[in-house]
Design a protein around this ligand. Structure first.
Ligand code: SF4
Length: 438
């Protein structure tokens, strides 16, 4: 039974006092599926991570396929000198004839000569490097000794052996957590974990300042100097729902997780901020005075899309791990009907506050069996299907409207000021369809 599904109407200004119960174990049944998957690999996350961490370099140790994937996905011209590259494994590397470590050292040296401002250097493993058991952890340790703190080396997996592409970011942030400096301060500090656009980060900083929440830092930060410190008085609030490994690493370092819905939409952002206000003991009247104007703005923006989305049905295929919070947003704030919500996998500790806000009769699927899911999409005929790029075109050819889930990773969607934009992302394919029909 769903215990916290308080009705939320974005058009109603009295909803500032909405209460979300403390997270309780939801009883929504979860169907498990295993079979073929169709998702990008974790290398994809380099595209948004390298834009966010402005003094980091990402060196993929992989094949030409890996190089093509990130080059074409990022759409960056070679002469723009992006802060990522691929060290391509040749036949002699795969056969174990060449010493890959010598090659990696040479490539790293060349990169750092050209880019002396790089402070964090990620060695990213791929399917080919993992198949030949190339240990990039050892390489990172060796390089840390050679460069003696001038550049920090970390390694993580971006391979397609993982379940989905957002795990690339989770693995990357986990590798950062292991190196974060310790703090013994008795003052509370807050880490917002998960890559968010700079513009959204600035909006949240302003709100936290107005609330009087001090010592707020972001993981990842824009540069090495601003990376958070962690200790026993650290609280973690997640801005992205796919950070299970990162969260566990932060908890191991003494931090505490603030469980909250994710900051998607007016309601999600309100409850996300409120969860911090509770931990920081901010009086309710102060909280309401700070958030009332941006909240009203978010609600107003949502009303522009509500009539286009209300009553329309939607299916999520498992792809980005954003599916559950987005389904909550679309069902509660845009009145869409959820046909099926598929998620590659989820971590109850992280997603529980969201699960408690889903309609009790939602069909929730964890894992993927692609053919079976596509059969259900054809049968359900949802007005909109959120899915990966590779599946979207065939579904469009069958006259089903789609939204690429990866678009949600490249668009600022968190926070009050992005609530309308988030609704618009889902309304756009439906508006286009209605125009074509006229
Ligand atoms: S890491 Fe694996 S799945 Fe990703 S591009 Fe390289 S070979 Fe393909």
């Amino acid at each position: 039974m769903n215990t916290a599904a308080t009705a939320f109407n974005p058009a109603c200004p009295d909803n500032t006092s909405i209460k979300v119960d403390s997270p309780t174990l939801t009883e929504i049944p979860v169907r498990q599926e295993r079979g073929e998957r169709a998702v990008f690999c974790g290398l994809t996350s380099i595209i948004w991570l390298h834009r966010k961490i402005q003094d980091a370099f990402f060196l993929v140790v992989g094949s030409r396929t890996c190089a093509h994937l990130i080059q074409s996905a990022a759409g960056v011209m070679i002469f723009a000198e992006p802060r990522f590259a691929t060290a391509v494994l040749e036949d002699k590397d795969l056969a174990g004839i060449a010493d890959c470590n010598d090659e990696i050292d040479r490539v790293v040296e060349r990169v750092l000569q050209r880019r002396p401002n790089i402070k964090t250097f990620f060695l990213v493993s791929s399917c080919p490097s993992e198949v030949i058991k190339l240990d990039l952890g050892n390489s990172a340790q060796r390089l840390n000794k050679i460069y003696q703190g001038r550049v920090r080396f970390a390694d993580y997996s971006g391979s397609g052996i993982e379940t989905t592409f957002t795990q690339g970011e989770d693995n990357c942030l986990k590798s950062l957590v292991e190196e974060l400096p310790n703090t013994e301060s008795k003052e509370k500090n807050l880490i917002i974990a998960g890559t968010i656009a700079d513009v959204v980060e600035d909006q949240f900083k302003r709100i936290f300042e107005q609330l009087g929440v001090e010592n707020v830092s972001f993981l990842p930060a824009r540069n090495e100097e601003q990376m958070p410190k962690v200790g026993d008085n650290t609280y973690v609030l997640l801005a992205q729902p796919y950070l299970g490994e990162t969260t566990r690493s932060l908890l191991k370092r003494g931090a505490k997780l603030i469980q909250a819905p994710f900051p998607f939409g007016a309601e999600g952002t309100l409850e996300w901020l409120r969860s911090v206000a509770k931990v920081w003991d901010i009086p309710e009247d102060k909280f309401e005075s700070v958030i009332s104007i941006p909240l009203a703005r978010a609600r107003r923006a949502l009303t522009h899309y509500q009539d286009k989305l209300a009553g329309k049905s939607i299916t999520f295929l498992p792809d980005s791990q954003l599916e559950i919070p987005l389904a909550r947003f679309l069902s509660r704030e845009c009145e869409m009907k959820l046909k099926e919500v598929g998620v590659p996998f989820f971590d109850r500790q992280i997603i529980e506050a969201e699960m408690n806000l889903l309609p009790a009769d939602v069909t929730l699927t964890e894992g993927q069996s692609l053919d079976d899911q596509l059969d259900r999409v054809r049968e359900d005929k949802p007005d909109l299907t959120v899915c990966g790029l590779g599946i979207a075109n065939p579904l469009e050819a069958e006259d089903l409207r789609t939204k690429w889930s990866i678009e949600l990773m490249f668009t600022p969607i968190q926070g009050f000021d992005q609530a309308g934009d988030l609704a618009e992302l889902f309304a756009r394919p439906l508006i286009r369809e209605s125009r074509l029909e006229c």
